[in-house]
Design a protein around this ligand. Structure first.
Ligand code: 5AD
Length: 358
């Protein structure tokens, strides 16, 4: 057995192992890592991949994260989809067999925003009831840090999964990403509150942030495990013309490192859902397919109606913005098949964490 094979065959990987895995440069070692992660995914999750229709319903945001293309001080035109438009996008997803959707927007905590979203969740749940899934589509939210009470209202309304990336688990690095009032502490608390409210919780990081070390990424994987994350979505950090953290980004390196992060996360955590992110697809037009080969089992093709999605560029050149939802679903399906996986239609596709099914 080679050194890397020995590491990968351990029952429990430690941070030093993550660091070794993430430092792999040798092509043979990389293939050993890839196939170990792919096999673990297969063992735990079978050969199925789940798709969620991603509905980016508003780019209005009160945060000013330095890496983000829609931060509040970016000079972009702001939009907000009506309940009807969001419902229509949800119905298109359901009709195409996507059993779940993701509602994503900029972060806002005003009551107008919150009550509209509560309403929208209820409307979608009711409006997408068919034989499969009988309770309407599964709803994942990705609308930033909110209070525990707000999370409870969203959950009560019918959403049951929530994505909130920690972005980095290194507190010093975190401070370079956001204005002072957006603290690491409150982000961790938000993740805890989401669990308290009953949500299946997803988190993740950006890979290749300026100043981020391999050791930081190794600690990120350990962080995912220590908070008991159910879902992980990590992707390459990409340039955005409106970001102020854009100097010297090595997109190719970030892409390759993101694949190693997917594999490492798959090997470190049990039963989780791992996303092949849109950022991977943006770097390479078969990026998600490669993500599936490295152990990802979820993708979130864009389901936002064509006319309204111009304004949601977290980074430049985001994949899927010039095609219809149906075209985006079709591409994701092709990628699933090409990676030797199968699409599982009309199910929520929850992770197996906390189900006792492992
Ligand atoms: N590059 C890559 N990912 C980004 N995000 C925001 N800006 C960028 C960027 N420039 C990611 C963040 C956020 C998610 C919705 O999008 O990780 O949590």
């Amino acid at each position: 057995m080679t050194e890397i094979e020995k590491i990968l065959s351990k029952d429990r990987l430690e941070v030093a192992d993550f660091e070794r895995i993430l430092s792999i440069e040798d092509a043979e070692e990389l293939e050993i890592l890839r196939s170990a992660a792919f096999e673990k995914c297969e063992r735990e999750r079978g050969d199925r991949v789940f798709l969620r229709g991603l509905i980016e319903f508003s780019n209005v945001c009160s945060c000013d994260c330095y890496y983000c293309g829609i931060r509040c001080s970016a000079p972009v035109e702001r939009f907000e989809l009506s309940r009807e438009k969001i419902l229509r996008a949800a119905k298109i997803s359901a009709k195409s067999g996507l059993g779940s959707i993701v509602l994503q927007s900029g972060e806002r905590r005003d009551e107008k925003f919150i009550s509209k979203l509560v309403d929208t969740i209820k409307i979608i749940k009711r409006g997408t009831i068919t034989d499969v899934p009988p309770q309407g589509v599964g709803i994942t939210l990705s609308v930033g840090e909110q209070s525990l009470v707000t999370y409870e209202r969203f959950f009560e309304a019918g959403a049951h999964r929530y994505l909130l990336r920690i972005e980095t688990s290194n507190e010093d690095l975190f401070r370079t990403l956001k204005p002072r009032k957006q603290t690491f502490e409150s982000r961790v608390r938000a993740l805890e509150d989401l669990k308290k409210a009953g949500f299946i919780v997803g988190t993740g990081v950006m890979v290749g942030l300026p100043g981020q070390k391999i050791g930081d990424l190794a600690n990120d994987v350990d962080f995912f495990r220590s908070i008991g994350a159910d879902m992980i979505g990590s992707g390459p950090y990409l340039p955005s013309e409106n970001a102020i953290l854009s100097e010297s980004i090595d997109v190719k390196r970030n892409f390759e490192l993101s694949l190693k992060m997917i594999a490492c996360t798959r090997l470190a955590l049990r039963g989780v859902n791992i996303a092949a992110t849109s950022a991977l697809e943006t770097v390479s037009n078969r990026g998600r397919e490669i993500g599936f080969r490295f152990g990802a089992n979820v993708a979130m093709p864009l389901a936002t109606p064509k006319s309204s999605k111009y304004g949601y560029e977290l980074y430049s050149g985001k994949a899927g913005v010039n095609s219809t939802p149906e075209e985006n679903f079709k591409l994701a399906l092709d990628e699933i098949t090409a990676a030797g996986r199968k699409f599982e239609p009309n199910v929520y596709g929850d992770p197996l964490t906390g189900t006792g099914n492992l």
